[in-house]
Design a protein around this ligand. Sequence first.
Ligand code: XMP
Length: 511
Amino acid sequence: MDKHQTIVVLDFGGQYNQLIARRVRDLGVYTELLPYSTSVEKMKEINPIGIILTGGPNSVFTKDALVCDKEIFNLGIPMLGICYGAQLLAFQTGGDVASATTKEYGKCEIEYSDCPLFEGINKTNICWMSHTDYVSKLGKGFEIVGKTATCPIAAYGNTERKLYGVQFHPEVVHTQNGTEILKNFLYRVCGAKGDWTMKGFVKNQINALKAKIGNKKVLCAMSGGVDSAVAATLLYRAVGENLTCVFVDHGLLRKYEAEQVMKVFRDEQGMNVIKIDAEKRFLSRLEGVTEPEKKRKIIGEEFIRVFEEFGKTIGKVDYLVQGTIYPDVVESGFGKAALIKSHHNVGGLPSVIDFKEIIEPLRDLFKDEVRKVGTELGLDEEIVMRQPFPGPGLAIRIIGNVTKEKLDLLRDADYIMREEIAKNGLNREIWQYFAALTNMQSVGVMGDMRTYDYAVALRAVTSVDAMTADFARIPYDVLSRISNRIVNEVKGVNRVLYDITSKPPATIEME
Ligand code: XMP
């Protein structure tokens, strides 16, 4: 693969760290988000054109302060410290940090001086602050280049050494011209060329995959989701017929979903996709099971069994494709995540298929980059802009036991909701939207008849990463239309509810 320029984002535990990395990528420069403890040797090996030190919850003068390898400051690589990163950089270069009595939080007015970071932007501007400690003194060779009413050193720099610090957050949208500031750092300070594009990525990956795989056999499990769809398409472009995709229809998919996967990937793209119809076995194992975690476990186990049986028919394969993406790599490497639900997708494959090596062609990409790669590869918007869909499918959108009748009813209600959301142009702004089947039946009246039918719950949330979410403010007339259509068109439903809880305390899915 052609070597591209890299910016290292050193993670000190702040909440916007992935956002910084994504912003830099959007500006055409490849980033790697690495733990603050990364060694100077590793840094030399990567040889980045610049380093960004992120924010973080710590104080530079506490005993357990997070400090990176001090040698990194002597490499002569341009640096931008943000918030905690700015304090650390000042502290390590002969300056000092003090603790304020109150936290400064929110938008505030800032005055910038002439400096490469602020070229081309208004010198009186608005930035987003969130800090208690502040830089109180600068080391030799540094000068103040930004100040606010309460923060006398809101930005500083050493033009000769190409070291800069900003107390505010240029990566959040509330900082006006924040993107330009990052861009100035990349292009004016670090000399970036802008060599990170998805077009280039696709070309490089296809060549690299071709060279690596040659004529060997590759297996890919498709879930219908964006990541596995894009990974499979990329592989197909590289090795063609030598790729086999397996797609398990567990009977818990949305309306027309299995048909769409087969139409797009097998019929239109010409890929070798094997569909395994496993509805009966999944439903029989789920019969009478009401406990959410038990349902998830059963589905996970059954997936493995299906793959195990399939593995016996296909024999040894050389390579197995996984749709791992960069946030998975970062999150598992950094050891976060508490178990609220046992999430799973098609990750059980490696344990039961006889293979030589795993290939993860998307492991360097953020989700929005995966979507762009999908578009580069010619996949339809309908596929690349898909909302997330959980591995256990509709089983966790039906509260209580799962039956074919309930699934069919839910599929119809969900289809109506999705159709109306798209028709009203809301599908882009809402992160996830779906119908769920509550386990509640209640009295209604249809015509002159009493009914005792199910209540469908509509769930629609806005989010950036699914870690937190808020319910979407869908216009009443759209909700009204969805509700009318569902009670009129879906037999067995006489009530429609709209879930107006955020996450936390609720979760996005019902189970
Ligand atoms: P929750 O319900 O935990 O969901 O707020 C957060 C996000 O994760 C998706 N989700 C899953 N994805 N396998 C998956 O691949 C799973 O088992 C699973 N459970 C939840 C959910 O749709 C939302 O986007």
